[in-house]
Design a protein around this ligand. Structure first.
Ligand SMILES: CC(C)(COP(=O)(O)OP(=O)(O)OC[C@H]1O[C@@H](n2cnc3c(N)ncnc32)[C@H](O)[C@@H]1OP(=O)(O)O)[C@@H](O)C(=O)NCCC(=O)NCCS
Length: 311
């Protein structure tokens, strides 16, 4: 049995910032309403999913000191690929010059990065040694900018991590869980790549809190770790109130949950690596910490993982 750990992380956000005040110009909304109901102040919009994913990947590889040629596999999580095919993983593989690497796209909506990360650990457990896990999105392309109930929520961005096999069986993945609830599929939909996100906001909110509670409970139980032993919580960044409500339900101190949503909005499968990166920069995540990550999204899908951070 081979262990694995994250050796590099990188993120990318488009340069263009769209503030709530900008949205006030075109929508019947206000900065105060958006902040009070969501915690979002601004989001980044622009570039392509491939470009954002590439930039994040290059930074993650540089931090890990891994040459792209040595990558075995790219797992590319996205709901908004630039084309159905060639797939996003192949576009990034080519741009990186990762000639030896395999590539696959994975779509689990906003849980995509969690599913991709868990898959990455699984592939390494079966004998390969270097996996690049990417979450990259341009949700701005499927948002109806005339619909105030969804346009205020989403943004573009990407994050990537390099996963490498460890020489011993000392795995940094302490526990994990994946779940789904297809019966709730209709509450958050985009039925056509040229169509728009449709959402029953209140029901998504309710289901999201329940999903986090369930998946976190199972992961902690599998790991044999109590909620008080977790140093940092990294939840999908969809709404600050969802994160706070989920912390309350699982009995976690909200102060230990890292937030980046105020600057990014909901970036779907990019949100978890963007939040980890924020935690590393602010010192909220340090070597040796136990970090609990949980995602939820359309489908519904949800997933979580408990990691021991660092070497
Ligand atoms: C979308 C969301 C912010 C709405 O907040 P809410 O507190 O549930 O608000 P409601 O939908 O009940 O709307 C309350 C009122 O504000 C209005 N409103 C909706 N969007 C508004 C906006 N952008 N600006 C101002 N008013 C708005 C509604 O029309 C409603 O008005 P009414 O009372 O006159 O009918 C919230 O439900 C949410 O975040 N849900 C989860 C969405 C999500 O996370 N999706 C992605 C999951 S991966």
């Amino acid at each position: 049995m081979t262990g694995a750990r994250i050796t590099g992380i990188g993120t990318s956000l488009p340069d263009r910032v769209v503030t709530n005040f900008d949205l006030e110009q075109t929508l019947d909304t206000s900065h105060d309403w958006i902040v009070e109901r969501t915690g979002i102040h601004e989001r980044h919009i622009g570039e392509s999913t491939t470009q954002l994913g590439l930039e994040a990947s290059q930074k993650a590889l540089a931090m890990a000191g891994v040459d792209p040629v040595d990558l075995d596999l790219i797992v590319f999580a996205t709901t908004t690929p630039d084309s159905l095919f060639p797939i996003g993983g192949c576009l990034v593989q080519d741009a990186l010059g990762a000639h030896r690497s395999g590539a696959v796209d994975l779509n689990a909506a906003c849980s995509g990065f969690m599913y991709a990360l868990i898959a990455g650990y699984g592939y390494i457990g079966r004998g390969i040694s270097k996996v690049l896990v990417v979450g990259a999105e341009t949700l701005s392309r499927i948002v109806d900018w005339d619909d105030r109930s969804t346009a205020i929520l989403f943004g573009d961005g990407a994050g990537a991590v390099v996963l490498e096999a460890t020489t011993d069986a000392n795995d940094s993945l302490l526990g994990w869980h994946t779940g789904s609830k297809g019966s709730a599929g209709s509450i958050l939909r985009c039925t056509d790549m040229r169509g728009f996100i449709e959402m029953e906001g209140k029901e998504v909110f309710r289901q999201a809190v329940l999903a986090i509670e369930e998946t976190v409970g199972i992961t902690l139980e599998r790991a044999g770790v109590g909620v008080d032993e977790v140093d940092a919580f990294v939840f999908h960044q969809a709404n600050v109130r969802i994160i706070d409500a989920a912390c309350k339900r699982i009995g976690a101190d909200p102060a230990r949950s890292i937030k980046v949503i105020q600057h990014t909005g909901n970036t779907s499968s990019a949100s978890i690596p963007l939040t980890i990166d924020e935690g590393l920069r602010t010192g909220a995540i340090a070597n040796g910490d136990t970090v609990l990550m949980a995602g939820f999204g359309a489908g519904m899908t949800y997933a979580s993982a408990l990691l021991r951070w660092g070497p």
